[in-house]
Structure formats: structure tokens, C-alpha cells
Ligand binder design. Structure first.
Ligand SMILES: [Zn+2]
Length: 158
């Protein structure tokens, strides 16, 4: 039997420690939570994606009375980004959220498994790491890549 560990590098930083570009992405992700449509979960999530062409695309979760028909903020943003700018690649994604009381969540929010898989597709298309910024009111986590959020990911096996 072999045993191994998978280590995920995470930097915990404050807003002030971010560079100007990342601060802008964090602010846009926070603002995007205001455009969430979450009448069922009341959990409002926003995402902001920086593209290689310099454009920033945002998204917010969009729920539906038929619950599985709703879409998370991350997938709203990444599908819109690639549908709008198919020749651009993803550089960074920031994700923020507010809880049911409307306050920004204290601990950084992380994407669900489906969104990690969807984002991994665009990291693969980019051919380079897509930085992930997970935003909380107190801490902000930076991961070097989408693949770091999804160890042992399902990929195109050949
Ligand atoms: Zn999701």
C-alpha cells in the first residue's frame, strides 16, 4: 500500500495586503452579491473574473423555485465570460458572499464542487493557473489555481 498527502497552498491575507488589481476584483465580487437573486437560500454570492483581455466579468447566484435550475455565482460569471469573450482566458476569480442576515460572511466562501469542476475547464483552456481569491470579512484566502481547489479532479482521460 502507498499513502500520500495532497497539500493545498493557501495564503491568508488582509484586503490591504492585496495588490490593486486583486483589491478591485474583491470589491467587484462584493458588489456582485447585491445582484444575487436568492429568495430561497438568502445566501448571496458574487464572483468577479479577470480575463486576459483586461475585461472583468461578474456574476451572482440566480436561484429558481425549481431549486436545481438555479446557478451559482461562479458558474453565472464563468459561462457569461466565456460566452462573451471566447478568445480570452481566465486570469483570476474572486468570490464573496453575504449570509442570510445580509452581512458579509466572516470566513472566506469556497466554490461548490460543481463550480470547481466548471472553473477547472477554463483553467485547462487557459493553459496556466487561474488564481482563486476567496473573500471573507476578516480573512481573504488566495489559492494559486483552480486545480488546487479540486484535488484528484475529473479530467479528460485519454
Ligand atoms: Zn457552485
Amino acid at each position: 500500500m502507498k499513502e500520500f498527502e495532497i497539500v493545498i497552498p493557501v495564503k491568508a491575507v488582509t484586503f490591504d495586503e492585496l495588490d490593486e488589481t486583486d483589491r478591485k476584483l474583491v470589491e467587484l465580487a462584493r458588489q456582485a452579491t447585491e445582484r444575487s437573486y436568492a429568495p430561497y437560500s438568502h445566501f448571496r454570492v458574487g464572483a468577479a473574473i479577470l480575463l486576459s483581455n483586461g475585461e472583468i466579468v461578474t456574476g451572482a447566484n440566480q436561484e429558481n423555485v425549481a431549486y436545481p435550475s438555479g446557478t451559482c455565482a461562479e458558474r453565472t460569471a464563468c459561462y457569461y465570460a466565456h460566452a462573451t469573450y471566447p478568445d480570452a482566458t481566465f486570469k483570476t476569480i474572486a468570490i464573496a458572499a453575504r449570509d442570510t442576515t445580509g452581512n458579509e460572511i466572516t470566513r472566506p466562501v469556497a466554490p461548490c464542487g460543481a463550480c470547481r469542476q466548471a472553473l477547472l475547464e477554463y483553467e485547462t483552456l487557459a493553459g496556466e493557473n487561474v488564481k482563486v481569491i476567496l473573500v471573507g470579512a476578516n480573512d481573504i484566502y488566495i489559492l494559486p489555481s483552480v486545480s488546487a481547489t479540486l484535488p484528484l479532479a475529473f479530467t479528460d482521460f485519454d
